[in-house]
Design a binder for this molecule. Structure first.
Ligand SMILES: [Mg+2]
Length: 206
């Protein structure tokens, strides 16, 4: 079984984050439209951490419909299905963001986004809603990865793999489309879903 993170791994918020951050005048127009560049610039502002938390709450909640599917992710899920390998989505996502004034239920919003992007269609990703696990903390997320018996986990956050509880026998794949390469032991950094697919399903050499 392969486990996959959700935010910034399956769903791509870069453009909606850029638009929202620009409209709140948190970044200048020359900022690269990537989560990492936007986050780094906002965190340098006075009260930047709070601004960043608020921006995330908006794009993960009431504005999630503006977010897109990451390139290559649907093909990856299809390849897993062709190989009879089960894939689950394991997401660290609280029900509500404390800084979100709209009090949008983030888990319901994420499930609605998945439905709209054919995650639960047989002709799409082919997942069932029971294949989606939400955890309230990073520890709980790691507990699911262990309990479900994942053989590999794909995440955009290096911190997930740095946790001492992260099971040592699970392949750690850092999805980092804009770098940098992880220096953590045994973490493989990959910049696209195509690369992840090739790494996990290398064609058999004859
Ligand atoms: Mg993530």
């Amino acid at each position: 079984m392969i486990g996959v993170d959700f935010d910034n791994t399956v769903v791509r918020y870069d453009d909606v984050m850029y638009r929202e951050a620009r409209s709140r005048r948190l970044i200048d127009p020359s900022t690269v439209s990537s989560k990492r560049a936007i986050r780094d610039q906002i965190r340098r502002l006075p009260d930047g951490e709070r601004e960043w938390q608020q921006l995330q709450a908006i794009v993960y909640g009431p504005e999630i419909h503006e977010a897109s599917l990451t390139d290559g992710v649907e093909a990856f899920f299809r390849t897993c299905r062709e190989h009879d390998i089960r894939v689950v989505i394991i997401s660290h996502k609280t029900t509500y963001a404390s800084v979100d004034e709209t009090q949008t239920n983030l888990r319901i919003a994420a499930l609605a986004w998945m439905r709209r992007h054919r995650v639960f269609d047989r002709s799409g990703f082919g997942l069932s809603s029971a294949d989606v696990y939400f955890a309230s903390s990073r520890q709980e997320k790691i507990a699911w990865i262990s309990r479900l018996g994942c053989t590999a986990f794909i995440d955009d956050l290096e911190e997930t793999f740095a946790e001492p509880d992260f099971p040592s026998d699970v392949d750690k794949i850092l999805y980092a489309p804009h770098g940098p390469i992880s220096t953590l032991p045994a973490v493989k950094t990959m910049t696209s879903w195509q690369e992840i697919r090739d790494a996990l399903f290398a064609p058999v050499q004859s």
